[in-house]
Design a protein around this ligand. Structure first.
Ligand code: TXA
Ligand code: MG
Length: 349
């Protein structure tokens, strides 16, 4: 398949281009597009065959449901039933934006889109390109992150091109994603709202908006017996090709430990890498030291983490050590992704 890659300016959107992309989706094709979180791989959410194509393009297990993206709040009631008051509150506070909510699904949403579940995940993105595209495509775009299954979510179009060229009809290049981590997912289909995936909208923000919110037990525990409720959270994910371990403990000890390990691996001829905060990055002697941002600037760290995981691969790094980051607020999402990338390998000093 020929993939058309086009640049598009989110401050001055080329309408003809969006119409062309919208028509592709209406006709059952696939278009990758930017959102404020990460790039999405979009198809018509109400068309079974489109969802099938998404799974095939990504190489994704088909029991892992897709998020349906809408552009108007009014469209929610067409695809979801039993929408609780809490959802309306959350939509008021955080839509359009990086929040996905889960509801019981309406009959028009095919099981091919929900991975066989009776619930549907819905998000209203804020990126203007995404919103225009959703409108032009008929209102409902199913879109997982636009990476091949298992790779870090793409925060730039060049990574989508790398993963999906030849597998999708079109890729809209709207520049780098602002947030860089996927949306927060909250399940509203049960008695108590449950966070299934931490993200930029933090637990504290959700509690402030609606009061009672729980964290999915499967997220807090690396015990494989306790399964996360979002099917996608059980897969090893975001993983770089090199082996990655997280090292936590007092600053000086962490630096000394990592440098010692790196020395050993370099002696064996391995290419080594470190992911470190701005404040400590200069202290490492690895082949490649990547710095996602200042330690207390979580937005910055979130924005750069996935890019860095991909760059370490591109540079052929075989052994990677990462400093641990603070796990509060947005840091909870950062550590969730980093832990998954490391396959939960943590060294505590
Ligand atoms: O920010 C985002 O959410 C991005 C952009 C493109 O919008 N999308 C994204 O999609 O991250 P994806 O497919 O990579 O991740 C969706 C996650 C998966 O872990 C999936 O298992 C979970 O959402 N999910 C979707 N529908 C669900 C449902 N009905 N019940 C439980 N989990 C669900
Ligand atoms: Mg994904």
């Amino acid at each position: 398949m020929d993939t058309k890659v086009v640049q598009i300016d989110r401050r001055n959107i080329n309408k003809a281009m969006i119409q062309e992309a919208g028509n592709i989706i209406r006709n059952g094709g696939l278009v990758a597009f930017p959102t404020e979180t990460v790039y999405g791989l979009g198809g018509d959410a109400l068309n079974e065959s489109s969802s099938g194509k998404i799974y095939a393009a990504k190489g994704r297990p088909s029991d892992n449901p897709l998020i349906v993206h809408i552009a108007e709040f009014g469209d929610l009631k067409e695809i979801a039933v039993k929408i609780p008051k809490a959802a309306e509150k959350l939509a008021k506070c955080f839509w359009p934006g990086p929040l996905t909510m889960i509801f019981e699904k309406a009959a028009c949403v095919p099981y091919a889109t929900t991975g066989g579940l009776d619930t549907v995940a819905v998000r209203m993105p804020s990126d203007p390109i995404a919103r225009e595209l959703i409108r032009e495509s008929g209102g409902y775009i199913a879109a997982p992150s636009a990476n091949r299954s298992g790779r870090p979510s793409p925060t730039q179009a060049k990574y989508v091109v790398e993963d999906l060229r030849g597998r999708v009809d079109m890729i809209l290049d709207g520049g780098a994603s602002e947030i860089g981590l996927e949306s927060t997912i909250v399940d509203l289909s049960g008695e108590v709202p449950v966070i299934l995936r931490p993200g930029y909208i933090t637990e504290e923000m959700l509690v402030k908006a609606i009061g009672n919110v729980e964290m999915d037990k499967g997220l807090l525990d690396s015990d494989p017996q306790i399964k996360p409720k979002a099917p996608g959270m059980k897969y090893r994910h975001y993983a770089p090709q090199g082996s990655l371990a997280i090292v936590e403990g007092p600053k000086e000890q962490v630096t000394a430990y990592i440098n010692e390990k790196i020395k050993e691996y370099r002696k064996e001829g391995m290419k080594t890498g470190v992911i470190a905060a701005f404040e400590t990055a200069a202290g490492y002697q690895a082949d490649c030291v990547k710095c996602p941002g200042k330690r207390n600037d979580e937005s910055e760290i979130a924005r750069h983490l996935f890019r860095i995981l991909r760059e370490l691969d591109d540079e052929g790094i075989q052994v990677i050590y990462a400093e641990a980051f603070d796990g509060h607020g947005v840091g909870c999402a950062i550590m969730n992704r980093l832990l998954k990338a490391a396959g939960y390998q943590v060294i505590t000093l």
